[in-house]
Ligand binder design. Sequence first.
Ligand SMILES: [Zn+2]
Length: 263
Amino acid sequence: MIFNSVLRKMYAEYQSPIRYYLNFNDDFIDVNQLISRKISIEHVGNQCKSCGLDKPIFRMGFCQSCFYTVPEASPSIINPELSMAHLGKEQRDLEWEKKFELQPHIVYLALSGGLKVGVTRGVQVPTRWIDQGASNAIVLAETPNRYEAGMIEVLLKDSLADKTNWQRMLKNQNPEVDLVQTKEEVREKLSEEQQEMYVEDNKIWEFEYPIEHYPSKVKSLTLAKHPKIEGVLAGIRGQYLYFESGEVFNVRNHEGHVVEFTV
Ligand SMILES: [Zn+2]
C-alpha cells in the first residue's frame, strides 16, 4: 500500500504499550501493526503547516517566512517565560496568544533519558510526555497561564535539564531518580507565590513503548540527507520510528514534508 501525504506528528493513545497512529489525509494508520514489516518513506514535496505552499520546510513544519510570522512558532512557544498575553501585550497575534497562553499549564518532572523539567498545557497531559519518549513523569505545579509555568521552569533550569537527552532516551538509558523525592526537593526553591501552585498529588505516570529490543547505538536519519528511508520497523518511542538497523526517524521533526509512505 502506498500513501501520499504530508507528515504530521503521530497521534498517541495512552495504553500499555502506547498505541501510535499516523494521520495520512483520510487514512488513519495503526503504526504498532507495522512493527516487523518493511516500510519506506520517500520525500516527494513540502506543504507548510501554515501557508500550505510547497516551499522548503524551515523549522517546526513551517516554511521560513511563516516560521518568523505565525503565533504557533513565536519564541514563547519554546520559552514559555517570554509569554505576554497575561499582560494583554501582543507578540504576533494577541487573540491567538490569549487562547493559547491563558489556560492552565503544568510544570512537570520527567525521565526521558535523563531528569528534566518542562512546561505544557494541561490538555496536553499525558500526550506531551509520550511525544518526548518519557518513561516516567510527575506533575510539579499547575499554573493559571503559560507565563507563570515558564517562570517556575526558569527557576529550576539551573539545577535540572530542560531538554530531552534523545540519544539516551532512544537507548532506554535512564538514571536512577526518585521523582517524588526530587519533587519535594525542588519545592523548597519555589517562591511563596509559586508554592501555592504546587500540586500535592504524587502520582507517577508510567509509559511503556512498543519496542522489544532497544538498540545499543542509534543513528538519526533525516529526509534532507536521505530522501528515501526504508527498512523493517522495529519499534516506536516518543515520535521516533526505530528500524532494525538501529537507525531512527523522528516523525514530528518532519512535519510539513510530503512523503510517499509505502508498507
Ligand atoms: Zn508557509
